[in-house]
Design a protein around this ligand. Structure first.
Ligand SMILES: [Zn+2]
Length: 813
């Protein structure tokens, strides 16, 4: 991508003021991908120009073979930086470009994968923010929306999925089959898609929709296991959003395609693509099923917010993502079995939002995005997580009913076109009758997290770095301590303004929980007596969300050096001892493990892990929590009785068996024969990555080198969950001295990654960030991050990673 210029906001605005795109007709020839690496396309674009005689350019970051404008051949000498100059435009124009792309192995817009188990070939495309131009010529910016008509040529044995159902599939005279798709509605170039391969397909009719699920053949049984859950969630989501947003999803077909080596999921109109690592290779836990629900509803919410109404430019990308994330949790609570999703969010993802927002790489939610390359840097926890929380706060501030009414009118008014933040704010403002100008400035244009502290009957608000705090609409829960638990006696709603807000109606209580119900995004502190009760009895709070708030408050104190890791761990393990809600058991177990592994003095790690192992072993007695608890046990076990329990369960569960081997390997008992035997027994096509994880856990330089080469030199480890799991096996603070040189190497590697495909760069940079380092490493990391011209994703990941690592090192003492 280094040979392509990044479109600037002013170039995009200028181009949009000059032209309108009537339609795209795109022929895609994938027949060369069965055995080779080249995709060919012919893109025919019909567009008008408001100033005949003017010039503009078309985007194409592929090998241009020939091109014509209004039937005249274009001189290809002028093609540079991924742009084809278009001169002397007429009022009505047709440009045709034939191009070929052979870089189909680096996940830059397109990926061709050979399944290692059966050698079958699969191809997916994913274009956000501007990778469509790598696969065919187009005006690659979000506000030049147009219908797309695809004709796809594919090998005989392949299925093709695109934004809608094919009109026809027929043998082609030149070999393979020809797939004709009907026109899409007017769509931005980044939400169209063409996937192909010998997919396994499952379809079901629900409420008038034709729902499709696809995966590679080697994962067929996994998809079949999960299909009922996926169809149920899809039907629930389509019904809920259609009703709430005031218009049903307007197409009969809704497909979800699970593909290899993709980092996340992508909201292509009517055809969402997902990483197939979510088709878990052993029975998923509650937390994994809920994750699937969350992603499914997030991508679906984009059908309205993003696809139907699209941001004009990438500076409103945050709104796209924040909205989809907010809507997803909201739908989980109101339309699915995951009614405690707010608690799961708080105990998991939201803490990541706080982490990034307290570090030096944070940014206002809304910011300048001068070019598309900068848009990529903002796919972070501030965008998704803080943005989601901010919209929840807005809904609390104006009332949910008015908020949803505002959304309806926004979708009605801007359907199939583009909009800006102001359009949404004015719709919500109108529906609620509240002036939101001060609210938006405070929440969207200031970075960092406010602190709300209850002191002497007043809420004291502190803005980050001495800034003015934002307004907050929160609840304070007041609890009395009884033998049966902490009983909520009153809920006091408060709207804060300025630095001090008196709360005169607060009743006497043993515990005042600030931000009860988790309506806002803020660090909260309560009075001294309440804090003692909270740390000692968080597990006695009456609902998962209040318990999650108690734990999250203690976690914030750990991260800021106000609470020792040992005390945090005591609090969390105490909650877990009586926790019965599957919505929070897994996030709490995860927090406990991270505390022991990363925030504890190295010499205390084994003892702290062993406390977690005891808690996990006890939780494993409960059928609802057994799978999750055993995984934690496998990560923390050191005693024979625990291994006995794990061996027994692992005989039926290959995922667990891999975790046990990795743990044994970390403890110095690497067993090559056992690894080989398990790899043979495990039907997972990616089982070799699990074997690599066992190697990664070893305290051995040759083993670490082997893993490093696979990750960074061969780039062979699938993005997403497999890489995350491998990274956890690799980085172990107990192996500090052995790992320190790899932390240094990480900095060399990320510099080389800069500018590569978005998903690959984000995945490798973020997931391989070291949890091991020293003062010299931190200094060099900050220097590398702030070098002039550094890739924005690398810059922000390294800066906020260094901030967190410094906090960990301080906690480790
Ligand atoms: Zn999204």
């Amino acid at each position: 991508m280094s040979d392509a210029a990044s479109l600037t906001q002013s170039e995009a605005a200028e181009r949009a003021s000059l032209i309108d795109v009537q339609r795209y007709d795109i022929d895609v020839d994938m027949r060369g991908l069965l055995e080779g690496d080249t995709l060919e396309s012919v893109s025919t674009i019909t567009f008008t120009c408001r100033e005949p005689g003017a010039e503009t350019f078309l985007d194409c970051v592929a090998d241009v073979r020939w091109a014509t404008l209004n039937d005249r051949p274009l001189d290809l000498d002028g093609v540079a930086d991924g742009r084809i100059p278009l001169r002397d435009l007429a009022a009505d124009n047709v440009v045709v470009v034939s191009s070929a792309q052979s870089d189909t192995a680096s996940s830059s817009g397109i990926l061709r994968t050979v399944d290692p188990s059966d050698k079958l070939v699969y191809v997916w495309t994913s274009f956000e923010p501007d990778a469509a131009r790598r696969v065919w010529a187009c005006f690659d910016q979000p506000d030049l929306k147009a219908p797309h008509g695809f004709t796809v040529f594919a090998p005989d044995s392949w299925l093709v999925t695109s934004n809608s159902a094919p009109d026809s599939v027929a043998d082609d005279a030149e070999g393979g089959r020809r797939w004709e798709f009907p026109d899409t509605p007017p769509l931005s170039t980044y939400v169209v898609v063409v996937n192909a391969g010998p997919f396994h397909e499952i379809r079901e009719e629900r409420d008038g929709y034709s729902l499709g699920l696809y995966c590679r053949q080697s994962l067929r049984s996994n998809l079949e296991r999960d299909a009922a859950h996926l169809f149920e969630l899809t039907a629930q989501g389509l019904a809920f959003f259609g009703e709430q947003f005031g218009q049903p999803f307007p197409q009969e077909r809704y497909d979800q395609v699970f593909v290899p080596n993709m980092g996340g999921a992508m909201e292509n109109w009517g055809c969402v693509t997902w990483t197939d690592s979510v088709l878990h290779r052993s029975t998923p836990t509650h937390g994994q099923r809920e994750d699937v629900a969350n992603v499914l509803l997030h991508e679906m919410a984009h059908m309205w917010f993003g696809d139907l109404v699209t941001m004009r430019w990438w500076d409103d990308l945050w709104l796209n993502e924040a909205f989809a994330s907010w809507a997803s949790t909201w739908a989980e609570v109101n339309a699915t079995e995951y009614t405690d999703a707010e608690a799961t969010f708080l105990a998991g993802l939201k803490l990541e939002g706080y982490r990034v927002d307290m570090g030096p790489a944070t940014h206002p939610i809304r910011g300048e995005v001068p070019d598309v390359a900068q848009a990529m840097a903002n796919f972070d926890a501030v965008t998704y997580v803080k943005g989601q929380s901010t919209l929840r706060q807005l809904a609390a501030y104006v009332g949910e009913e008015a908020f949803v009414e505002g959304l309806r009118s926004y979708f009605r008014k801007h359907a199939w076109s583009n909009a800006r933040l102001d359009d949404l704010v004015s719709a919500v403002s109108e529906a609620s009758g509240r002036d939101l100008s001060g609210w938006t400035t405070g929440w969207l244009d200031e970075s960092g997290t406010d602190t709300l502290a209850l002191v002497d009957g007043q809420l004291v608000s502190t803005g980050p770095d001495g800034q003015e705090p934002r307004p907050h609409r929160i609840d304070i829960g007041s609890f009395s301590a009884r033998e049966t638990g902490l009983v909520r006696e009153a809920t006091t709603p408060v709207e804060t303004t300025g630095l001090r807000t008196p709360v005169p109606d607060l009743p006497a209580a043993d515990l005042h929980l600030v931000n009860d119900g988790d309506l806002t995004f803020a660090a909260v502190r309560t009075d001294e007596a309440s804090l003692q009760t909270l740390l000692e009895r968080a597990g006695d709070l009456p609902d998962p969300l209040s318990r999650a708030l108690g734990v999250a408050t203690a976690w914030d104190m750990l991260v800021k050096g106000e609470l020792a890791a040992d005390d945090l761990l005591t609090c969390v393990l105490d909650v877990l001892a009586s926790e019965r809600s599957p919505a929070v058991v897994e996030p709490f177990l995860g927090l406990a493990h991270r505390t022991a592994d990363q925030w504890t003095p190295v010499s205390h790690i084994p003892r702290q892990l062993s406390r977690i192992a005891d808690t996990a072993a006890a939780l494993a007695e409960h059928p609802d929590h057994r799978a999750a608890a055993l995984r934690t046990l496998a990560a923390t076990a050191s005693e024979q009785e625990h291994f006995d329990l794990l061996e027994e369960a692992g005989a039926r569960d290959t995922d667990l068996a891999w975790r046990v081997l990795a743990r044994r390997s970390a403890l110095g008992s690497y067993d090559a024969e056992a690894v080989e035997a398990l790899e043979e027994r495990d039907p997972d096509p990616d089982a070799w990555v699990r074997a690599l994880g066992v190697t990664a856990a070893r305290a051995d330089q040759a083993a670490k080198d082997e893993v490093w080469a696979q990750v960074f030199d061969k780039r062979s480890v699938p993005a997403g969950a497999p890489l995350r799991e491998l990274s956890r096996c690799f980085w172990r603070p107990v192996q500090h001295d052995l790992l320190l040189p790899y932390a240094e190497s990480y900095l060399d590697e990320v510099v080389r990654l800069a500018g590569g495909g978005m998903l690959a760069v984000m995945s490798l940079t973020r997931m391989m960030w070291p949890t091991v380092g020293d003062a010299a490493f931190l200094e060099r990391a900050r220097r590398v991050a702030t070098e002039p011209g550094q890739d924005p994703t690398v810059r922000t990941t390294v800066l906020s990673g260094a901030d967190t690592l410094e906090r960990m090192l301080r906690a480790r003492g």
